[in-house]
Design a binder for this molecule. Structure first.
Ligand SMILES: [Cu+2]
Length: 512
Protein backbone atom coordinates (compact mmCIF):
# COMPACT_ATOMS: atom_id res chain seq x y z
CA UNK A 1 0.00 0.00 0.00
CA UNK A 2 1.49 3.34 -0.93
CA UNK A 3 1.15 6.41 1.19
CA UNK A 4 -2.46 7.13 1.09
CA UNK A 5 -3.81 10.04 2.97
CA UNK A 6 -7.35 10.17 1.75
CA UNK A 7 -9.55 9.86 4.76
CA UNK A 8 -12.93 8.30 4.68
CA UNK A 9 -15.50 10.90 5.38
CA UNK A 10 -17.58 10.15 8.37
CA UNK A 11 -21.18 10.77 7.55
CA UNK A 12 -22.88 12.79 10.19
CA UNK A 13 -26.58 12.27 10.26
CA UNK A 14 -29.13 13.85 12.49
CA UNK A 15 -31.18 11.93 14.98
CA UNK A 16 -34.56 10.49 14.14
CA UNK A 17 -36.91 13.27 13.20
CA UNK A 18 -35.48 15.91 15.45
CA UNK A 19 -36.62 19.39 14.47
CA UNK A 20 -35.51 22.39 16.48
CA UNK A 21 -34.09 22.33 19.96
CA UNK A 22 -35.99 22.11 23.19
CA UNK A 23 -34.13 23.80 25.98
CA UNK A 24 -33.86 21.66 29.08
CA UNK A 25 -35.16 23.71 32.00
CA UNK A 26 -33.08 22.13 34.71
CA UNK A 27 -29.44 22.78 34.43
CA UNK A 28 -27.45 24.94 34.75
CA UNK A 29 -27.14 28.65 33.89
CA UNK A 30 -28.20 30.20 30.64
CA UNK A 31 -25.91 29.73 27.69
CA UNK A 32 -22.64 31.46 28.32
CA UNK A 33 -21.12 33.50 25.56
CA UNK A 34 -18.40 31.69 23.75
CA UNK A 35 -19.80 28.27 24.53
CA UNK A 36 -18.65 25.41 22.34
CA UNK A 37 -21.46 23.32 20.92
CA UNK A 38 -21.06 19.57 21.25
CA UNK A 39 -23.53 17.40 19.41
CA UNK A 40 -24.29 13.91 20.68
CA UNK A 41 -25.39 12.34 17.43
CA UNK A 42 -25.16 9.41 15.07
CA UNK A 43 -22.77 8.68 12.27
CA UNK A 44 -21.89 5.89 9.92
CA UNK A 45 -18.54 4.10 10.06
CA UNK A 46 -17.14 1.47 7.79
CA UNK A 47 -15.63 -1.43 9.72
CA UNK A 48 -14.06 -4.34 7.85
CA UNK A 49 -15.88 -3.29 4.70
CA UNK A 50 -19.26 -3.17 6.36
CA UNK A 51 -21.29 -0.08 7.30
CA UNK A 52 -22.18 0.44 10.94
CA UNK A 53 -24.29 3.15 12.52
CA UNK A 54 -22.74 4.37 15.72
CA UNK A 55 -22.99 7.35 18.03
CA UNK A 56 -20.46 10.15 18.24
CA UNK A 57 -19.77 13.45 19.99
CA UNK A 58 -18.73 16.13 17.55
CA UNK A 59 -18.66 19.86 17.10
CA UNK A 60 -20.82 21.32 14.32
CA UNK A 61 -17.72 21.49 12.06
CA UNK A 62 -17.31 17.71 12.43
CA UNK A 63 -14.30 17.71 14.76
CA UNK A 64 -14.58 15.11 17.48
CA UNK A 65 -14.71 16.05 21.13
CA UNK A 66 -12.95 19.10 22.49
CA UNK A 67 -9.44 20.49 22.74
CA UNK A 68 -9.13 23.36 25.17
CA UNK A 69 -6.67 24.95 27.59
CA UNK A 70 -6.24 24.90 31.35
CA UNK A 71 -7.19 28.11 33.12
CA UNK A 72 -10.14 28.69 30.82
CA UNK A 73 -13.71 27.67 31.60
CA UNK A 74 -15.41 24.56 30.29
CA UNK A 75 -18.28 26.34 28.54
CA UNK A 76 -20.22 23.82 26.52
CA UNK A 77 -23.68 23.56 25.10
CA UNK A 78 -24.58 19.90 24.63
CA UNK A 79 -27.22 19.12 22.02
CA UNK A 80 -28.85 15.72 21.82
CA UNK A 81 -29.25 14.71 18.18
CA UNK A 82 -28.89 11.02 19.01
CA UNK A 83 -32.58 10.17 18.77
CA UNK A 84 -32.50 8.70 22.28
CA UNK A 85 -32.05 9.97 25.82
CA UNK A 86 -28.42 10.61 26.61
CA UNK A 87 -26.08 12.44 28.98
CA UNK A 88 -22.34 12.96 28.66
CA UNK A 89 -19.81 12.51 31.46
CA UNK A 90 -16.57 14.52 31.35
CA UNK A 91 -14.26 11.73 32.43
CA UNK A 92 -11.40 13.01 34.59
CA UNK A 93 -12.68 16.55 35.06
CA UNK A 94 -13.89 17.76 38.45
CA UNK A 95 -17.00 19.84 37.80
CA UNK A 96 -19.71 20.73 40.31
CA UNK A 97 -21.55 17.42 40.71
CA UNK A 98 -24.71 18.55 38.95
CA UNK A 99 -22.61 18.91 35.78
CA UNK A 100 -20.96 15.50 35.98
CA UNK A 101 -23.23 13.89 33.42
CA UNK A 102 -24.45 10.73 35.13
CA UNK A 103 -28.20 10.27 34.64
CA UNK A 104 -29.99 9.65 37.91
CA UNK A 105 -27.07 10.79 40.03
CA UNK A 106 -26.02 14.22 38.78
CA UNK A 107 -28.86 15.26 36.46
CA UNK A 108 -31.75 13.84 34.46
CA UNK A 109 -30.96 12.38 31.06
CA UNK A 110 -31.22 14.78 28.14
CA UNK A 111 -34.22 14.07 25.91
CA UNK A 112 -33.83 13.81 22.13
CA UNK A 113 -33.68 17.30 20.65
CA UNK A 114 -32.90 18.96 23.97
CA UNK A 115 -29.85 21.04 24.87
CA UNK A 116 -28.14 21.69 28.18
CA UNK A 117 -25.30 23.91 29.38
CA UNK A 118 -22.05 23.39 31.22
CA UNK A 119 -19.85 26.07 32.73
CA UNK A 120 -17.05 25.42 35.22
CA UNK A 121 -13.33 26.19 35.55
CA UNK A 122 -10.69 23.90 34.07
CA UNK A 123 -8.09 23.63 36.79
CA UNK A 124 -5.86 20.79 35.59
CA UNK A 125 -4.34 20.07 32.17
CA UNK A 126 -4.32 16.57 30.79
CA UNK A 127 -5.68 13.85 28.56
CA UNK A 128 -9.32 13.31 29.45
CA UNK A 129 -12.32 12.07 27.54
CA UNK A 130 -16.07 12.32 27.36
CA UNK A 131 -18.61 9.54 27.08
CA UNK A 132 -22.27 8.78 27.55
CA UNK A 133 -23.23 7.45 30.97
CA UNK A 134 -26.68 6.48 29.67
CA UNK A 135 -27.40 2.76 29.35
CA UNK A 136 -24.93 0.97 27.10
CA UNK A 137 -24.34 3.86 24.66
CA UNK A 138 -20.65 3.93 25.42
CA UNK A 139 -20.26 0.59 23.63
CA UNK A 140 -21.79 2.19 20.54
CA UNK A 141 -19.00 4.79 20.45
CA UNK A 142 -20.76 7.66 22.24
CA UNK A 143 -17.39 9.04 23.30
CA UNK A 144 -14.69 11.48 22.21
CA UNK A 145 -11.36 12.94 23.35
CA UNK A 146 -11.31 15.85 25.81
CA UNK A 147 -7.85 17.38 25.79
CA UNK A 148 -6.94 20.15 28.23
CA UNK A 149 -3.61 21.56 27.12
CA UNK A 150 -1.05 23.29 29.27
CA UNK A 151 -1.41 27.03 29.18
CA UNK A 152 0.42 28.57 26.27
CA UNK A 153 2.00 25.23 25.38
CA UNK A 154 3.82 26.49 22.32
CA UNK A 155 4.03 23.40 20.22
CA UNK A 156 7.52 22.07 20.62
CA UNK A 157 5.91 18.69 20.17
CA UNK A 158 3.38 17.38 17.72
CA UNK A 159 0.33 16.22 19.59
CA UNK A 160 -1.20 12.94 18.45
CA UNK A 161 -4.41 11.62 19.98
CA UNK A 162 -5.13 7.89 19.77
CA UNK A 163 -8.57 6.76 20.93
CA UNK A 164 -9.27 3.04 21.24
CA UNK A 165 -12.62 1.28 21.00
CA UNK A 166 -13.81 -2.27 21.05
CA UNK A 167 -16.43 -2.77 18.37
CA UNK A 168 -19.21 -5.26 17.60
CA UNK A 169 -21.81 -5.26 14.88
CA UNK A 170 -24.37 -6.74 17.26
CA UNK A 171 -26.06 -4.30 19.60
CA UNK A 172 -24.73 -3.60 23.11
CA UNK A 173 -27.97 -5.01 24.50
CA UNK A 174 -27.41 -8.28 22.63
CA UNK A 175 -23.90 -8.46 24.06
CA UNK A 176 -25.21 -7.85 27.56
CA UNK A 177 -28.07 -10.33 27.20
CA UNK A 178 -25.54 -12.92 26.02
CA UNK A 179 -23.40 -12.36 29.10
CA UNK A 180 -26.37 -12.55 31.45
CA UNK A 181 -27.87 -15.71 30.02
CA UNK A 182 -27.56 -18.25 32.80
CA UNK A 183 -28.21 -21.29 30.66
CA UNK A 184 -26.00 -20.88 27.67
CA UNK A 185 -27.83 -20.96 24.38
CA UNK A 186 -26.26 -22.66 21.35
CA UNK A 187 -25.33 -19.22 20.03
CA UNK A 188 -23.63 -18.31 23.29
CA UNK A 189 -21.76 -21.58 23.39
CA UNK A 190 -20.57 -20.99 19.87
CA UNK A 191 -19.42 -17.51 20.77
CA UNK A 192 -17.71 -18.80 23.89
CA UNK A 193 -15.95 -21.53 21.96
CA UNK A 194 -14.77 -19.02 19.38
CA UNK A 195 -13.36 -16.72 22.00
CA UNK A 196 -11.85 -19.56 24.02
CA UNK A 197 -10.08 -20.78 20.90
CA UNK A 198 -8.74 -17.28 20.42
CA UNK A 199 -7.13 -17.67 23.82
CA UNK A 200 -9.26 -15.51 26.03
CA UNK A 201 -9.32 -17.89 28.96
CA UNK A 202 -6.21 -17.80 31.10
CA UNK A 203 -5.16 -20.93 32.83
CA UNK A 204 -2.80 -21.28 35.73
CA UNK A 205 0.40 -23.23 35.37
CA UNK A 206 0.01 -26.20 37.62
CA UNK A 207 -3.57 -26.89 38.46
CA UNK A 208 -6.49 -27.72 36.25
CA UNK A 209 -8.65 -24.78 35.26
CA UNK A 210 -11.31 -23.99 37.81
CA UNK A 211 -14.75 -24.91 36.59
CA UNK A 212 -16.59 -21.74 35.73
CA UNK A 213 -19.76 -23.44 34.63
CA UNK A 214 -19.77 -22.13 31.11
CA UNK A 215 -17.96 -24.95 29.38
CA UNK A 216 -15.16 -22.83 27.96
CA UNK A 217 -12.03 -24.67 27.03
CA UNK A 218 -8.72 -23.35 28.25
CA UNK A 219 -5.90 -22.63 25.82
CA UNK A 220 -2.50 -24.15 26.24
CA UNK A 221 -0.78 -22.63 29.24
CA UNK A 222 2.53 -20.84 29.06
CA UNK A 223 1.72 -18.63 26.11
CA UNK A 224 1.31 -15.47 28.13
CA UNK A 225 4.68 -14.89 29.69
CA UNK A 226 6.45 -13.76 26.57
CA UNK A 227 6.35 -10.02 27.12
CA UNK A 228 9.18 -8.72 29.24
CA UNK A 229 8.01 -7.47 32.59
CA UNK A 230 4.47 -8.59 32.00
CA UNK A 231 4.30 -11.94 33.74
CA UNK A 232 1.23 -13.41 35.27
CA UNK A 233 -0.34 -11.85 38.29
CA UNK A 234 -0.63 -13.61 41.60
CA UNK A 235 -3.89 -15.26 40.66
CA UNK A 236 -2.20 -16.95 37.73
CA UNK A 237 0.76 -17.96 39.85
CA UNK A 238 -1.63 -19.46 42.39
CA UNK A 239 -2.97 -21.72 39.70
CA UNK A 240 -6.38 -20.12 39.39
CA UNK A 241 -8.18 -19.40 36.19
CA UNK A 242 -8.33 -15.70 35.42
CA UNK A 243 -11.01 -14.42 33.14
CA UNK A 244 -9.79 -11.85 30.68
CA UNK A 245 -12.07 -10.77 27.88
CA UNK A 246 -15.67 -11.75 28.41
CA UNK A 247 -16.92 -10.28 25.13
CA UNK A 248 -15.83 -11.47 21.69
CA UNK A 249 -15.56 -8.37 19.51
CA UNK A 250 -15.68 -8.02 15.74
CA UNK A 251 -12.95 -5.39 15.60
CA UNK A 252 -10.78 -3.05 17.60
CA UNK A 253 -10.66 0.54 16.43
CA UNK A 254 -7.95 3.18 16.68
CA UNK A 255 -9.45 6.58 15.87
CA UNK A 256 -12.43 4.74 14.37
CA UNK A 257 -10.37 2.56 12.01
CA UNK A 258 -8.93 -0.93 12.04
CA UNK A 259 -5.32 -1.85 11.37
CA UNK A 260 -6.32 -3.09 7.91
CA UNK A 261 -6.93 0.52 6.95
CA UNK A 262 -5.30 2.56 9.69
CA UNK A 263 -5.22 6.28 10.19
CA UNK A 264 -1.95 7.65 8.84
CA UNK A 265 -0.70 10.74 10.63
CA UNK A 266 1.86 12.88 8.87
CA UNK A 267 4.95 13.58 10.98
CA UNK A 268 8.33 15.25 10.41
CA UNK A 269 11.60 13.31 10.29
CA UNK A 270 13.12 13.52 13.78
CA UNK A 271 9.89 15.05 15.06
CA UNK A 272 9.07 15.17 18.74
CA UNK A 273 5.72 13.62 19.57
CA UNK A 274 3.36 13.76 22.51
CA UNK A 275 1.06 10.79 22.09
CA UNK A 276 -2.14 10.89 24.12
CA UNK A 277 -3.73 7.44 24.24
CA UNK A 278 -7.30 7.03 25.50
CA UNK A 279 -8.80 3.60 26.10
CA UNK A 280 -12.48 4.28 25.37
CA UNK A 281 -13.30 0.57 25.17
CA UNK A 282 -16.33 -0.79 26.95
CA UNK A 283 -14.68 -4.02 28.08
CA UNK A 284 -11.13 -4.37 26.70
CA UNK A 285 -7.70 -3.75 28.21
CA UNK A 286 -4.69 -3.17 25.97
CA UNK A 287 -0.92 -3.05 25.86
CA UNK A 288 0.26 0.04 23.98
CA UNK A 289 3.20 -1.12 21.88
CA UNK A 290 5.57 1.62 20.71
CA UNK A 291 8.51 -0.72 20.27
CA UNK A 292 9.18 0.82 16.84
CA UNK A 293 10.22 3.99 18.66
CA UNK A 294 13.76 4.26 19.94
CA UNK A 295 12.84 5.42 23.41
CA UNK A 296 9.39 6.31 24.64
CA UNK A 297 8.77 7.93 28.00
CA UNK A 298 5.55 7.64 29.93
CA UNK A 299 4.98 11.13 31.33
CA UNK A 300 1.36 11.13 32.53
CA UNK A 301 -1.42 8.72 33.50
CA UNK A 302 -5.07 9.77 33.36
CA UNK A 303 -3.79 13.26 32.58
CA UNK A 304 -1.64 13.56 35.71
CA UNK A 305 2.15 13.83 35.39
CA UNK A 306 4.27 11.00 36.74
CA UNK A 307 8.03 10.71 37.13
CA UNK A 308 8.87 9.57 33.61
CA UNK A 309 9.31 5.88 32.89
CA UNK A 310 11.03 4.63 29.75
CA UNK A 311 9.72 1.61 27.94
CA UNK A 312 8.27 0.18 24.77
CA UNK A 313 5.07 -1.53 25.95
CA UNK A 314 2.69 0.08 28.43
CA UNK A 315 -0.48 -1.37 29.96
CA UNK A 316 -3.69 0.62 29.50
CA UNK A 317 -6.85 -0.52 31.24
CA UNK A 318 -10.39 0.40 30.28
CA UNK A 319 -11.02 4.16 30.63
CA UNK A 320 -7.41 4.97 31.48
CA UNK A 321 -5.13 7.28 29.50
CA UNK A 322 -1.38 7.52 29.08
CA UNK A 323 0.75 10.29 27.62
CA UNK A 324 3.92 9.13 25.89
CA UNK A 325 6.72 11.34 24.63
CA UNK A 326 9.26 10.26 22.06
CA UNK A 327 11.42 11.46 19.22
CA UNK A 328 11.15 9.95 15.77
CA UNK A 329 14.11 8.71 13.76
CA UNK A 330 15.95 11.34 11.73
CA UNK A 331 15.19 9.94 8.27
CA UNK A 332 12.07 9.06 6.37
CA UNK A 333 10.19 6.54 8.42
CA UNK A 334 6.95 4.80 9.11
CA UNK A 335 6.23 4.25 12.80
CA UNK A 336 3.24 2.14 13.80
CA UNK A 337 1.72 2.49 17.23
CA UNK A 338 -0.09 -0.72 18.19
CA UNK A 339 -2.64 -1.50 20.85
CA UNK A 340 -2.67 -5.24 21.58
CA UNK A 341 -5.66 -6.75 23.35
CA UNK A 342 -4.62 -8.29 26.67
CA UNK A 343 -4.13 -12.04 26.56
CA UNK A 344 -4.69 -12.08 22.79
CA UNK A 345 -3.01 -11.46 19.47
CA UNK A 346 -5.67 -9.08 18.17
CA UNK A 347 -4.45 -5.55 17.77
CA UNK A 348 -5.27 -2.19 16.29
CA UNK A 349 -3.26 0.98 15.80
CA UNK A 350 -2.29 4.07 13.90
CA UNK A 351 0.68 4.88 11.71
CA UNK A 352 2.99 7.87 12.04
CA UNK A 353 4.58 8.48 8.64
CA UNK A 354 6.93 11.04 7.19
CA UNK A 355 6.11 12.35 3.72
CA UNK A 356 8.42 9.88 2.03
CA UNK A 357 7.74 6.91 4.26
CA UNK A 358 6.51 3.78 2.51
CA UNK A 359 3.61 2.32 4.40
CA UNK A 360 3.37 -1.44 4.33
CA UNK A 361 0.57 -3.68 5.44
CA UNK A 362 0.11 -4.48 9.08
CA UNK A 363 -1.50 -7.71 10.19
CA UNK A 364 -4.30 -7.42 12.69
CA UNK A 365 -2.71 -10.24 14.70
CA UNK A 366 0.44 -9.67 16.73
CA UNK A 367 3.09 -12.41 16.46
CA UNK A 368 2.48 -13.55 20.05
CA UNK A 369 -0.45 -13.36 22.44
CA UNK A 370 0.07 -10.58 24.96
CA UNK A 371 0.15 -11.07 28.70
CA UNK A 372 -2.75 -10.26 30.97
CA UNK A 373 -2.47 -6.76 32.38
CA UNK A 374 -0.85 -6.62 35.77
CA UNK A 375 -0.04 -3.74 38.08
CA UNK A 376 3.73 -4.05 38.11
CA UNK A 377 4.01 -0.69 36.37
CA UNK A 378 1.37 0.83 38.65
CA UNK A 379 3.47 -0.08 41.68
CA UNK A 380 6.44 1.70 40.13
CA UNK A 381 4.63 4.91 39.22
CA UNK A 382 5.25 8.02 41.30
CA UNK A 383 3.17 11.16 40.98
CA UNK A 384 4.95 14.39 40.11
CA UNK A 385 2.47 16.17 42.40
CA UNK A 386 1.47 13.70 45.12
CA UNK A 387 -1.23 14.46 47.68
CA UNK A 388 0.14 16.06 50.84
CA UNK A 389 1.02 13.21 53.17
CA UNK A 390 -1.48 12.87 56.01
CA UNK A 391 -3.39 10.15 57.80
CA UNK A 392 -6.83 9.18 56.61
CA UNK A 393 -9.78 10.70 58.42
CA UNK A 394 -12.00 7.96 57.06
CA UNK A 395 -11.27 4.53 55.59
CA UNK A 396 -13.83 2.63 53.54
CA UNK A 397 -13.42 -1.03 52.67
CA UNK A 398 -14.83 -2.14 49.39
CA UNK A 399 -14.80 -5.75 48.31
CA UNK A 400 -15.13 -6.18 44.56
CA UNK A 401 -17.51 -9.09 44.28
CA UNK A 402 -19.35 -11.15 41.72
CA UNK A 403 -19.03 -14.05 39.40
CA UNK A 404 -18.57 -14.68 35.75
CA UNK A 405 -20.84 -17.68 36.05
CA UNK A 406 -24.01 -15.79 36.88
CA UNK A 407 -22.75 -12.48 35.53
CA UNK A 408 -23.71 -10.56 38.63
CA UNK A 409 -21.16 -8.02 39.81
CA UNK A 410 -21.25 -5.85 42.89
CA UNK A 411 -19.44 -4.05 45.67
CA UNK A 412 -19.45 -5.58 49.15
CA UNK A 413 -21.85 -8.13 47.69
CA UNK A 414 -24.44 -5.49 46.80
CA UNK A 415 -25.57 -4.37 43.37
CA UNK A 416 -26.20 -0.72 42.52
CA UNK A 417 -29.61 0.31 43.82
CA UNK A 418 -29.16 -1.95 46.85
CA UNK A 419 -25.72 -0.51 47.58
CA UNK A 420 -24.55 1.42 50.62
CA UNK A 421 -23.01 4.76 49.57
CA UNK A 422 -19.55 5.62 50.86
CA UNK A 423 -20.12 8.61 53.15
CA UNK A 424 -17.46 11.32 53.31
CA UNK A 425 -17.23 14.82 54.77
CA UNK A 426 -15.75 17.93 53.24
CA UNK A 427 -12.12 18.38 54.22
CA UNK A 428 -11.53 14.73 55.01
CA UNK A 429 -8.70 12.65 53.65
CA UNK A 430 -10.51 9.52 52.55
CA UNK A 431 -9.01 6.13 51.76
CA UNK A 432 -10.80 3.30 50.00
CA UNK A 433 -9.33 -0.18 50.34
CA UNK A 434 -10.47 -2.22 47.36
CA UNK A 435 -10.10 -5.98 47.63
CA UNK A 436 -10.88 -7.88 44.46
CA UNK A 437 -12.57 -11.16 45.40
CA UNK A 438 -13.21 -12.16 41.79
CA UNK A 439 -11.25 -13.74 38.97
CA UNK A 440 -11.59 -10.73 36.69
CA UNK A 441 -9.74 -7.44 36.93
CA UNK A 442 -11.84 -4.33 37.53
CA UNK A 443 -10.89 -0.80 36.37
CA UNK A 444 -12.37 1.26 39.20
CA UNK A 445 -13.28 4.89 38.48
CA UNK A 446 -14.16 7.63 40.96
CA UNK A 447 -16.00 10.66 39.63
CA UNK A 448 -15.35 14.26 40.64
CA UNK A 449 -11.94 13.76 42.27
CA UNK A 450 -8.41 12.70 41.51
CA UNK A 451 -7.09 10.01 43.79
CA UNK A 452 -3.64 8.70 44.56
CA UNK A 453 -2.71 5.01 44.58
CA UNK A 454 -1.15 4.56 48.02
CA UNK A 455 -1.06 0.83 48.75
CA UNK A 456 -0.98 -2.52 46.99
CA UNK A 457 -1.36 -5.74 48.99
CA UNK A 458 -0.44 -3.95 52.21
CA UNK A 459 2.69 -2.18 50.91
CA UNK A 460 2.43 1.63 51.14
CA UNK A 461 3.88 3.95 48.51
CA UNK A 462 3.14 7.37 47.03
CA UNK A 463 1.90 6.19 43.64
CA UNK A 464 0.28 7.86 40.67
CA UNK A 465 -2.50 10.40 40.89
CA UNK A 466 -5.24 9.27 38.51
CA UNK A 467 -8.99 8.72 38.18
CA UNK A 468 -9.18 5.06 37.13
CA UNK A 469 -7.15 2.19 38.53
CA UNK A 470 -7.07 -1.49 37.65
CA UNK A 471 -7.54 -3.90 40.54
CA UNK A 472 -6.37 -7.34 39.37
CA UNK A 473 -7.97 -10.61 40.52
CA UNK A 474 -7.43 -11.46 44.19
CA UNK A 475 -5.35 -8.32 44.80
CA UNK A 476 -5.93 -5.43 47.18
CA UNK A 477 -5.30 -1.80 46.28
CA UNK A 478 -5.90 1.38 48.28
CA UNK A 479 -6.62 4.85 46.93
CA UNK A 480 -6.60 8.14 48.83
CA UNK A 481 -8.36 11.38 47.96
CA UNK A 482 -9.26 14.68 49.56
CA UNK A 483 -12.98 15.24 49.87
CA UNK A 484 -13.04 18.69 48.31
CA UNK A 485 -15.93 18.56 45.84
CA UNK A 486 -19.26 18.16 47.65
CA UNK A 487 -21.91 16.13 45.91
CA UNK A 488 -23.05 12.65 45.01
CA UNK A 489 -20.46 10.96 42.86
CA UNK A 490 -20.50 7.72 40.94
CA UNK A 491 -17.84 5.19 41.89
CA UNK A 492 -17.85 2.13 39.69
CA UNK A 493 -16.12 -0.50 37.63
CA UNK A 494 -15.55 0.94 34.16
CA UNK A 495 -16.13 -2.38 32.44
CA UNK A 496 -19.48 -1.29 30.99
CA UNK A 497 -21.13 -4.68 31.50
CA UNK A 498 -19.88 -5.07 35.05
CA UNK A 499 -21.28 -1.62 35.83
CA UNK A 500 -24.57 -2.48 34.15
CA UNK A 501 -24.73 -5.71 36.17
CA UNK A 502 -24.41 -3.76 39.42
CA UNK A 503 -20.76 -2.96 40.13
CA UNK A 504 -21.35 0.64 41.14
CA UNK A 505 -22.01 2.77 44.19
CA UNK A 506 -21.74 6.45 45.08
CA UNK A 507 -19.51 8.58 47.23
CA UNK A 508 -21.79 10.94 49.13
CA UNK A 509 -20.97 14.00 51.15
CA UNK A 510 -22.69 14.32 54.49
CA UNK A 511 -24.92 17.36 54.98
CA UNK A 512 -25.23 17.88 51.27
CU1 LIG B 1 -15.43 -4.93 36.63
Amino acid sequence: MSLQLSRRRLLTTTGAGVVGAVVAPLWPPARATGATTLVAGRRTLEVNGRAATVFGITQPDGSRGLVTEVGTRFRVELRNDAGADTLIHWHGLTPPYRQDGVPGISAPALAPGATTQYDFPLTVPGTFWMHSHQGLQEQALMSAPLIVREQGSAEDRQEVVLMLHDFAFRSPQEIYDGLRRVTASPAKQKQDQASATAGNRMQGMDMPAMAMGDGKAAPAPGSMASMPGMGMGDAGAMGMAMDLNDVAYDAFLANDRTLRDPEVIRVEPGGRIRLRVINASAASNFHIDVSQVEEARLVAVDGHPVQPISGSVFPLAIAQRIDLEFQLAAGQAVTPVFAVLEGERQRTGIVLATAGGQIGKFTVLAPEPSAPLNIGMEQGLRAMAPLPSKPADRVHRLDLTGSMERYVWGLNGLTFGNDRPLMVATGHRVEVVMANRTMMSHPMHLHGHFFQVVEVDGARFAGAVRDTVLVPPMRSLTIAFDADNPGRWAFHCHNLYHMEAGMMTTVQYENL
